[in-house]
Design a protein around this ligand. Structure first.
Ligand code: SF4
Length: 371
């Protein structure tokens, strides 16, 4: 039986103030100056926000009351509420959050796994969302099934990490932007959030422990390459020819493989960094030996590594995962092409299924309950 959840969708127009957790330290310093307060007030504020993690201006007890009041008049101080948690301490845990305007998003906390992104010492990875819904409609993904609602604000991105740490009691040290939404389609808010996540005065998580995953927005990949932050990039490839990728990723019709791979090449050279290719293995769609050989050639040319992920069945979507033997065959062709490749073969737990499902399921339950 699902637990009882109430939801109130507010008019977005009622949430108009910028949130204080969307601001950089320098902007807080500017604000302190404007209010004729010393610069160190900004340091005190970030300590309250990201060190002590208070949830209101009132709790910032070493700031003058008048300053707190003025901050409260000028800025919002929103929080995200946890409405569901699935999973246990030793497994993947999914968190469903309600935003200030009533929209739902989800984040996933993944236990240590050497096959995940970043280094072998990965621990406590969180997969976070960047949009409510998604407009990109990748055919294996539940996040896009209900369409796109809106971009997340920088504070709503940062708050997912704070809320998961609060709920789980664990310290997150690796972040993957692979939850709901296409991160690079929310570029400015994402960059703002990443600067807060990365800053020593913010959450202090190293850029090399932050991975962005994109369905293949070639112009934004180039834009990201020109940013100073050394975040990692993972490309959702899922097809080694346009004919196959077109079936899975509608974005391929806008930025085909040639354009996408040229942008990847630019990124890898500019950042001097190894890219990752995500490749969901789908039976009889993209799992042929020919696709494996072509994928191997692409990865070798770009110096990329490959993460193979067996397809997880999504309710309402076609397709199935290949047999374990077929998965192994695909992997061994990649190995014979001498490219680093891993096959993630956790059990397809319900809660590990494609991102966006928990939100979709809860939203539909709520709609049924209120109709
Ligand atoms: S995989 Fe990412 S980009 Fe594609 S539909 Fe899902 S959330 Fe959107």
């Amino acid at each position: 039986m699902p637990e009882k959840i109430s939801i109130v969708v507010l008019d977005v127009a009622t949430v108009t103030k910028i949130d204080v957790k969307a601001l950089q330290l320098s902007e807080l310093e500017d604000k302190a100056q404007e209010f004729a307060e010393p610069d160190y007030r900004a340091r005190q504020m970030v300590d309250w926000l990201y060190g002590k993690r208070v949830q209101s201006f009132d709790e910032m007890s070493d700031l003058p009351r008048e300053f707190r009041n003025r901050l409260g008049q000028e800025f919002a101080f929103s929080r995200i509420d946890t409405i569901r948690v699935l999973g246990s301490r030793d497994t993947t845990r999914k968190f469903l959050f309600r935003l200030a305007d009533g929209n739902l998003i989800e984040s996933v906390l993944i236990p240590a796994s050497p096959a995940l992104y970043g280094s072998r010492s990965d621990r406590r990875t969180i997969c976070i969302s960047t949009q409510v819904g998604c407009a990109y409609g990748c055919k294996f993904c539940a996040s896009g099934l209900d369409g796109f609602s809106r971009n997340l604000q920088p504070n709503e991105i940062v708050d997912q990490i704070i809320a998961v740490e609060r709920e789980s009691g664990e310290k997150i040290d690796n972040i993957v932007f692979m939850g709901m939404g296409e991160p690079l389609a929310n570029f400015d808010n994402l960059m703002r959030a990443i600067r807060i996540i990365n800053a020593p005065w913010g959450l202090g998580i190293g850029a090399r422990h932050i991975t962005l995953s994109t369905s293949g927005l070639a112009p934004q990949i180039r834009q990201l390459a020109d940013e100073p932050l050394q975040v990692r990039l993972a490309i959702s490839l899922h097809g080694a020819t346009d004919a196959v990728r077109d079936q899975i990723m509608p974005i391929n019709r806008r930025y085909n493989l040639e354009k996408l791979l040229a942008a990847c090449d630019y990124y890898a050279k500019r950042k001097k960094q190894r890219l990752s290719f995500e490749y969901i293995l789908i039976a009889n769609v993209n799992d042929s030996p020919d696709q494996a050989r072509r994928l191997g050639r692409i990865a070798r040319r770009l110096g990329a590594k490959i993460n193979l992920i067996p397809y997880n069945t999504v309710q309402g979507l076609p397709w199935s995962r290949p047999s374990p033997e077929q998965q192994d065959r695909f992997l061994s062709i990649l190995h014979s092409s001498e490219v680093p490749a891993t096959l993630r073969r956790e059990k397809g737990h319900d809660i590990e299924a494609a991102c966006g499902q928990l939100r979709l399921q809860t939203k539909r339950e709520l709609e049924t309950a209120t109709s």
